[in-house]
Write a protein that binds this ligand. Sequence first.
Ligand code: LLP
Length: 463
Amino acid sequence: MSRSAHPAGPRHADVLPEGHYSAPPADLNALDPKVWAQTVSRDEDGALTVGGIPVTRLAEEFGTPAYVLDETDFRARARAWRSAFGNDADVFYAGKAFLSRAVVRWLDEEGLNLDVCSGGELATALSAGMPADRIAFHGNNKSVAEIRRAVGAGVGRIVLDSFQEIVRVAHIAQSLGTRQRVQIRVTVGVEAHTHEFIATAHEDQKFGIPLAGGQAAEAVRRALQLDGLEVIGIHSHIGSQIFDMSGFEVAAHRVVGLLKDIRDEHGVELPEIDLGGGLGIAYTSDDDPREPHEIAKALTEIVARECEAARLSTPRLSVEPGRAIVGPTAFTVYEVGTIKPLDGLRTYVSVDGGMSDNIRTALYDADYSVALVSRRSEAEPMLSRVVGKHCESGDIVVRDAFLPGDLAPGDLIAVPATGAYCRSMASNYNHVLRPPVVAVADGEARVIVRRETEDDLLRLDVG
Ligand code: LLP
């Protein structure tokens, strides 16, 4: 396989068209610990290793593309969130970021709770043995069957998202002879500084019940009257991939304002408040996320301060991080295929996956990093766009990044920080098969979600 530089194309830093990038990094072989999982490093041969295993061996054994998840890192992050919030608060991992039975077991062992938002996620959680009372069930349009299953299983809380659902859940709980613990999700009217599709607290969207116009207060009024419900608190989730804590501050202020109104009107102090998830992670070296202990300190202080001002006893706080726990723990490893240098533009590097294993670039214009991981290279940086194998020009995995100019077909490259919302949003577009998730820890690798096969695809096609 040739390692020589390509004959044409913008390999050098002096030919830089417009794009989503800053200057090429000083050393293309460096692996920024901000974006790579904790146990990642390079071995003496220059290949990336994770959990003590060279990525070349993982690719040989499990094929490419593959999501490689660092279990040690996952557990460490879960534990860091848990201990940062302490015993007076609850951490619910948001399963939508990535859920599998192994993950459920790790969460259970590390003392975290779990947020699910569909019957499928609930089934996964229950089948892996997560105690139902540590599960929260979310969603703006839960079906009657899903609600019945959740109430019947005894989930710890259902987060109510509409006036209709208040009545529906109460009715189902009563028919099952139980009283369901619920929170009411409110939209606090905050503009979170994130992509429009992942902001959720402004009023003009589908989630929650607006505080504005007294709607949330009316929802609480109705819920408190229903025998099938035990209203335990108020829930707010302002969006995702957020770095700035000021949105949480406004949300906490408004939620506590509602708790105060509830106390004044009904003489009840609701015992819980959930501020949702949404904390950002580093996808590139330009991102600067906060540590769990800083977030915990900030949120706990905000809630305590607001409650003191409202002369309320401080409710039990819960949070729902998804991306911040699993996002940085995994990378996707791809094999390089076609390489096309386009003069004066950039070099298109095609990989054996694409928008079916990572839709986030196409959908949210997300930025990612990428590195050559099967070897070290001292070649000049080459401005590259990593694209997939799908029949669509928007099939971009990494919009702009520098790879070494001697990149060749057969090399392995990896995209870090793909643990969240990549496998969970993967599709079969073009009947491309979804990659496996391989968990590594202490020199051992095991498949926790296997690669899809053509048989899997054809099994669903009953025509
Ligand atoms: N809680 C609730 C009620 C949520 O709706 C979400 C995310 C979370 C917690 C977890 O948010 P996280 O900590 O993971 O940011 N597919 C998008 C993200 C959608 C988030 C949906 N809800 C993406 O790839 O960026």
